[in-house]
Ligand binder design. Sequence first.
Ligand code: PMP
Length: 360
Amino acid sequence: MSRVYNFSAGPAVLPEEVLKEAADEMLDYRGTGMSVMEMSHRSKAFETIIKEAEADLRELMNIPDNYKVLFLQGGASQQFAMIPMNLMKNKVADYIVTGQWAKKAWQEASKYGKANKIASSEDETFSYIPDCSDLPISEDADYVYICENNTIYGTKFKTLPNTKGKTLVADVSSCFLSEPVDVSKYGIIYGGVQKNIGPAGVVIVIIREDLITEDVLPGTPTMLTYKTHADADSLYNTPPAYGIYICGKVFKWLKKMGGLEVMKQRNEEKAKILYDFLDESKLFKGTVRKEDRSLMNVPFVTGDKDLDAKFVEEAKKAGFENLKGHRSVGGMRASIYNAMPKEGVEKLVEFMKKFEEENA
Ligand code: PMP
């Protein structure tokens, strides 16, 4: 068996320990004689899996009691609609557009009400986070929306926007569990798990209880109403059971690693290795304003498309996979999520140094 260093933006690298454990339990999950894939979601064994997953996530993120944790489906993209359908009581929401995902969320919300783009960094290809300390927040805004870590462009909000008392909704798909967060500052924190937590197919929504109501936009499907899932503890219908099981294992791995404070330190260390190299390199350069750099997604370029392509190809041959930048921006991007070992980043930098020497 040989595993590569996988720098994919998602689905992405998972802890090897978790994959091995899942493999060991594949045919017979703890004496049940079946795989978790084959198990009723109403069984005792699965009830324990989902309850433990939620309890471990609550502990890791220190989630206050007045927040529900929902395990849903439909990808992060489904939340682009579900959020306005459930929250737009006044039919007004403010969006901060810092990348393609925030833009898509804003466009989707525009179908349901007045979605105001109150700030954007599109003027400079989303390479920075706009100043959000004093934005023209709408008086009747039902919420203010951000994408906290911009997977494609490699930017991250280092301070949350001043929402002037309005509910903050954040897509944290690509920075989920990468560092501690103060959940109480948000109305909703949500993300697809396929980057930092588990296999694609699960979306975790952490939502303040007062936002879960029957008062949703007319025509909102039962399945797209938060209350449906909150009332049924995420078991209204068949949940993505195997995915939730893997998420649960990753939560236990994170607890064993020391929790989110430790992950933050590790992620800072890893990112620093790469950013320090980019800052001194004569060939490669980072594309993001320094103070807005993500710890998770690191885009970089040589400035020459052919050389970028050559780099990606040679890196692949050397065992570094998925370094090609998003199709909308080109260049390269190394996604270095929680499960990417420090050694993977060190080896990548070594390889980049060698490539730089050979292509000077
Ligand atoms: N938000 C962010 C920040 C993302 O990176 C992605 C996917 N890469 C999405 C939303 C969309 O996620 P999904 O494919 O699960 O709908």
